[in-house]
Design a protein around this ligand. Structure first.
Ligand code: SF4
Length: 265
């Protein structure tokens, strides 16, 4: 294979690894030995701004393994990676990427399906009509919107607000995984069937998934109806509120409303 092609393949492989948040890459012993040989033979060219010999202390610092990035740094890194991402076809029609927003280490992380028209325009999650309902739901739980993290499975708007394709969700999920790993929320609330299925890897419909505790990489996950569905189906509001009450119980927070239930998930 021509060297230029090999280089392109290696670049693509490493970009995928970085998108998935991996700090190291696995290579065969032969490849590792070839890298070592190339490194020990020294650089073919040195750029003019590279100092010929860094002081020993500086070299030692540069060789230290990087500390695990703080949650805020990792969230910013994910947002930067998303902003330049072209891993699936959704990048072609987006106006803005919508990585999500909220503080590190929130009690709750809400995960929806993907940005809609208004979200695409503003680059912020859940700012349209469904977002206003979500904000009211969050406030009814006793939180301010700014206290929780709100994100989506895909970070670019599917054209016409269609459901993201499986391959689009698969391409984008590494970013959500990195966000969840950095945020370490106490509870994830998956909004709607698409987000629930993407996170749980199940084909079960939302009507059967909702109201029952699940787990995503050790974090409690409660599926419930998507606010957009609730805008069209008022009958879903009561069960959705019951799901959020379960979340409050799991968090040990006061449960507002006259209809307190005793069931624990
Ligand atoms: S939806 Fe996700 S994977 Fe696809 S281009 Fe946007 S950020 Fe990249």
């Amino acid at each position: 294979m021509p060297v230029a092609n090999t280089l392109a393949e290696i670049r693509r492989y490493l970009e995928n690894e970085i998108a998935e948040g991996r700090a190291t890459a696995e290579v065969s012993p032969e490849t590792a030995a070839a890298f070592k040989r190339a490194a020990s033979s020294g650089p073919a060219r040195r750029s003019p701004e590279t100092p010929a010999a860094a002081p020993a202390a500086e070299r030692a610092r540069a060789e230290e393994p990087a500390a695990a990035p703080a949650a805020g740094d990792e969230l910013a890194a994910v947002a930067r990676a998303v902003a330049g991402c072209a891993r699936c076809g959704l990048h072609k029609s987006r106006a803005n990427t919508v990585p999500g927003e909220g503080p590190p280490r929130p009690a709750i992380m809400f995960v929806g399906e993907g940005p809609g028209e208004e979200e695409d325009r503003q680059g912020r999650p859940f700012v349209g009509a469904a977002g206003q309902l979500l904000t009211r739901m969050i406030e009814a739980m006793g939180f301010a919107r700014e206290e929780v993290f709100i994100g989506n499975v895909v970070k670019c708007r599917p054209p016409g607000n269609r459901t993201p394709l499986p391959e689009e969700m698969e391409a984008c999920l590494p970013y959500l995984r990195r966000q969840i790993a950095a945020l370490q929320p106490r509870v994830i609330v998956a909004l709607g069937g698409t987000a629930s299925k993407a996170l749980l890897g199940l084909e079960t419909g939302i009507t059967r998934l909702r109201g029952v505790w699940h787990s995503f990489e050790g974090i409690d996950l409660m599926p419930t109806y998507h606010p957009a569905y609730l805008l069209r189906n008022a009958s879903g509001k009561r069960p959705a509120w019951e799901d959020l009450q379960e979340v409050l119980r799991r968090l040990g927070r006061p449960v507002p409303g006259p209809k307190k239930r005793n069931r624990q998930g």
